[in-house]
Write a protein that binds this ligand. Structure first.
Ligand code: MG
Length: 229
């Protein structure tokens, strides 16, 4: 049993099942510029901020010999698709229950997401349980330096909570997000996405992190939490 100073939660692919929706939006947007994206490329985009992803996709389009659109042109295609899909995002199994377990134990929680405030509003509309988490660190937070995989978002969350990042548990799913939490010094728990090939897990995720197949593996134990991951 451990009693973390706080639990810091990623949003996309960790609390909400949005990653297939983000992937579909990028896939459709890139296809509009005649550059099909592979599953491995879509995994690279996961967990990062929108502008960094649009720059990455522009480079892939350019490398294919197609004159690339501007970032604005690309996002003008991608964003309406994403917004339409994300309105119907579902909770990941066990996510509302895990947030409720933290509240029952009076363990502070923060949301640490690369999403912008506008995107969070779309995704969270059907999920009032997300409002239990404060502070919320957003990709467009004015106090944020670099986004994930840099440590800045998790360091900012710990600072706003008034705790040491090293005393926090972080929950992530993407390689970029988990690297961000690890660089901040958090104890990293990774929910390994179903669509990551088994033979790639060792390359993408550090063996020192706690691997979870489900958030239900994080249980209450006494005044703290334990995992069987
Ligand atoms: Mg994620």
């Amino acid at each position: 049993m451990t009693r973390p100073a706080a639990c810091l939660f990623d949003l996309d692919g960790l609390l909400l099942d949005t990653e297939p929706l983000h992937a579909q939006a990028w896939r459709e947007a890139a296809a509009a510029f005649r550059r099909p994206l592979t599953d491995a490329e879509l995994l690279v985009l996961r967990g990062r901020r929108r502008l960094e992803n649009s720059e990455q996709v522009r480079r892939w389009i350019a490398a294919a010999g197609v004159p690339p659109p501007s970032s604005e042109e690309l996002l003008a295609v991608q964003q309406p698709i994403a917004r339409r899909l994300l309105r119907n995002a579902r909770a990941m199994p066990g996510a509302p229950e895990l947030v409720a377990r933290c509240a029952a134990l009076a363990i502070p929680t923060a949301l640490v997401t690369s999403s912008s405030s506008a995107s969070l509003a779309v995704k969270s509309a059907g999920h009032p349980w997300l409002a239990a988490m404060a502070p919320v660190i957003l990709g467009d937070d004015p106090e944020l330096g670099a986004g994930k995989p840099a440590p800045d978002p998790f360091l900012l969350a710990a600072r706003r909570l008034g705790v040491e990042a090293q005393a926090c548990w972080a929950f992530e799913d993407s390689p970029a997000g988990a690297r961000s939490a690890a660089a901040a010094g958090c104890r990293v728990h990774v929910l390994i996405p179903d669509d990551v090939p088994k033979d790639q897990v060792g390359r993408l995720y550090d063996a020192s992190w706690v691997f979870l197949q489900s958030l239900d593996q994080v249980r209450m134990e006494g005044e703290g939490l334990s995992t069987d991951g």
